[in-house]
Design a protein around this ligand. Structure first.
Ligand code: FAD
Length: 391
């Protein structure tokens, strides 16, 4: 029986463990924390379920939705979010909506900028992308400071790679729902996706609270924090790719978050359907999430979690070509029996849906088999044209 070592017990590690276990592989999953689920694990505070950062399922693949739903039932829901623009002293819908523009104090100037937009050339950085798309005033209201704060950068020009085209319709009309063409859902279970992770690990060996410290690709060995050494025929990793390769081509930067939890003595705070609010100005926080709006948890009080940019954890890879290329070099340097998958394993801004698609892709490469073509269900978020043509 082939021995597989899987690093990380988030969506990536647990899903690939399940898929390979079904094929008779002997899977051992190694998780450095004392709980499974990675970033999508549901924790509790004051009885309220929450995740570190809101993690609704969103995407475009009915097949991947059905896959998760067959293990933990998902409740489809509309998603609304608001952006607070302090200098206008107002919350606006996000994505930017034409009804809100009509109420902005500088409406005339904004409409003029929108009429004069020139998006004939593809933009080469995040700032130009946004200015070409919505003009300087709307960029300043919604994106400029927010993005610098989110990424802890001096200039949005540093972000030189992104998947969206400036030619998409920039201003929403009609419904104010976010990602209108996609599926948005969250588990009905009080413990969110947790039972998914447990089911995915049935039949595999789990070693938790004991991270992988070092991998020796020549000897096909991994060394754990407690000093244990394990051998493998196949190694599948969802730990940060540069850590897997001991930073031999240089570091990869990330931005993380500090999460501040607070319970307030009222049933709900946000308007119905609004799951989170973004703060676009000089506030130190980027987002406040009201978890009841996702979990539908019943209680007399409500849990809010405020997110502050931080260097204490690795959550968001940077959209900078130099680092994205470096990550690819790392991936290309791996021996054929080593796979790096998942969000940090690929240094991609990937969603739950995209992560699961990556697992099926790895499964197909390893076994030569396909389950319902799920390995091809990697849809880019925001690239509406591509999504529509692939549907
Ligand atoms: C703040 C935030 C909000 C998000 N919101 C959404 C959302 O709304 N919708 C959506 O679809 N996606 C969202 N995502 C993305 C989604 O969470 C990821 O796609 C998903 O968690 C990726 O799963 P993963 O297994 O690759 O990574 P993770 O969930 O990060 O799991 C990796 C696991 O590996 C473990 N690990 C790391 N290093 C080692 C080591 N050396 N040894 C052993 N174990 C190790 C970690 O402890 C962790 O458990 C969000 C991401 C972030 C950061």
């Amino acid at each position: 029986m082939k021995k597989v070592i899987i690093i990380g017990a988030g969506f990536a590690g647990t899903t690939i463990a399940y898929l390979l276990k079904q094929e008779g592989y002997d899977c051992t999953v190694i998780e450095k924390k004392d709980v499974i689920g990675g970033g999508c694990r549901t924790h509790f505070f004051g009885g309220h379920p929450f995740t570190y950062g809101p993690r609704p399922y969103y995407g475009y693949s009915q097949k991947i939705f059905n896959w998760i739903d067959s293990f933990v039932k998902l409740r489809k829901m509309p998603l609304y979010l608001l952006s607070y623009v302090e200098k206008d002293n107002r919350f606006y819908n996000y994505p930017i909506h034409e009804d809100d523009i009509n109420q902005m104090p500088d409406k005339e100037e904004i409409l003029e900028e929108l009429a004069q937009r020139d998006n004939s050339k593809e933009p080469d950085n995040f700032e130009t992308y946004w200015i070409q798309r919505v003009g300087k005033r709307l960029y300043d209201k919604f994106v400029n400071t927010y993005s610098k704060k989110m990424w802890q950068i001096e200039s949005n020009k540093q972000l030189d790679t992104f998947n969206w085209s400036a030619k998409d319709e920039p201003i929403q009309k009609g419904s104010k729902q976010v990602y209108k063409d996609s599926i948005i859902a969250y588990p009905y279970n009080k413990d969110g996706y947790n039972q998914y992770f447990e089911k995915m690990l049935e039949g595999s060996t789990l070693i938790k609270n004991n991270g992988v410290k070092k991998c020796n690709f020549d000897k096909k060995e991994v060394c754990l924090e407690d000093g244990t050494t394990l051998t493998y025929d196949l190694l599948i990793s969802s730990m940060p790719i540069e850590e897997l390769c001991e930073n031999k081509l240089g570091e990869l930067p990330y931005i993380g978050r500090d999460f501040i939890k607070f319970v307030l003595p009222t049933n709900t705070i946000f308007p119905e359907g609004v799951k989170f609010c973004h703060y676009t100005g000089e506030e130190p926080y980027t987002r406040i999430v009201e978890y009841k709006q996702l979990t539908y948890h019943e209680a007399e009080d409500t849990l809010l979690v405020m997110e502050l940019p931080s260097n204490k954890n690795k959550l968001y890879p940077y959209m900078i070509k130099k680092y994205i290329n470096r990550a690819q070099e790392y991936i290309d340097s791996l021996p054929e029996e080593v796979y790096s998958i998942g969000r940090l394993g690929t240094y991609k801004y990937s969603t739950i849906e995209q992560t699961i698609s990556q697992c099926f892709e790895a499964y197909t490469k390893i076994t030569g088999k396909s389950i319902d073509g799920i390995e091809n269900e990697f849809y880019k978020i925001g690239d509406i044209k591509e999504i529509k043509s692939r549907k």
